[in-house]
Write a protein that binds this ligand. Structure first.
Ligand code: PGA
Length: 258
């Protein structure tokens, strides 16, 4: 049984003060939830402050990116050990906005994944196709190459520190969600790749999140699919009410406020 994971990616939004307020509001609604893992990813500059607020809750902290080298002459970068130092337990790696706007390659994403794992943090590795790739029939090749190269040299034991996120690029911030059947098709395909690489017991344990315009009104349908184990939420995670409603996607779950 895979524990669902809902992660909020706040992207480039919110000052330290606004991030603190949003974290407080999230904790007030869902801060002691145990049946679902909840992760929030504020901007770098707010991580330490948000960590202080999250300390006595079950909300975990993620960074949105990191460098692949721990320290040195890399002006402007932040490394995995420094993220651990401010309380992060997770790092989002290879988000499509990083691939698209900052030229991140599959190889670079693999190096970052290793840095995160070697720091004892969990990597949330994002994969996803463009609309052009989907329409030209390249979907499965693109996904296979992104998944396999991100996981190159990652051992079966290290897979306990990996979460995958399928985020079709055409669904991010556009209001277009992949239908739950379309999403499930890709999730099942990704799990099949994990079977091939690591065998059934690892493949069955690995969480695969869906991301791309996840909202309170589409989460239940997505989560009803066998291979969808959670969500990476962008826009809707900037509202504590919407994010909490997404976490409460199933009436029978015990969702506890702080
Ligand atoms: P969205 O973003 O929910 O705003 O579509 C998802 C993401 O980029 O992780």
């Amino acid at each position: 049984m895979r524990k669902p994971l809902i992660a909020g990616n706040w992207k480039l939004h919110n000052t330290v003060q606004q991030s603190e307020q949003l974290a407080r509001d999230v904790i007030e609604q869902i801060g002691q939830t145990e049946e679902i893992e909840i992760v929030i990813a504020p901007v770098f500059t707010a991580l330490a402050a948000v960590n202080t607020i999250c300390k006595n809750s079950n909300i975990q902290l993620a960074a949105q990116n990191c460098h692949c080298i721990d320290s040195g002459a890399y002006t402007g970068e932040v490394s995995a050990p420094l993220l651990a130092d401010v309380g992060c337990s997770h790092v989002i790696i290879g988000h499509s906005e990083r691939r698209q706007y900052f030229g991140e390659t599959n190889q670079f994403i693999n190096a970052k994944t290793k840095a995160v794992i070697n720091t004892d943090l969990t990597a949330i590795i994002c994969v996803g196709e463009t609309l052009e790739q989907r329409e030209s029939g390249e979907l499965f090749d693109v996904i296979a190459s992104q998944v396999k190269s991100a996981l190159a040299d990652i051992t079966a034991t290290q897979m306990a520190q990996v979460v995958l996120a399928y985020e079709p690029i055409w669904a991010i911030g556009t209001g277009k969600t992949a239908s739950s059947e379309d999403a499930e098709e890709v999730h099942a395909y990704i799990r099949g790749i994990l079977y091939g690489l690591y065998g059934a017991s690892i493949a069955d344990k690995c969480r695969i999140l869906y991301g791309g315009s996840v909202k309170p009104n589409n989460i239940s349908e997505l989560m009803a699919e066998d291979d969808i184990d959670g969500a990476l939420v962008g826009g809707a995670s900037l509202s504590a009410d919407d994010f909490a409603a997404i976490v409460r996607y199933k009436k029978t779950l015990k969702i506890s406020p702080q």
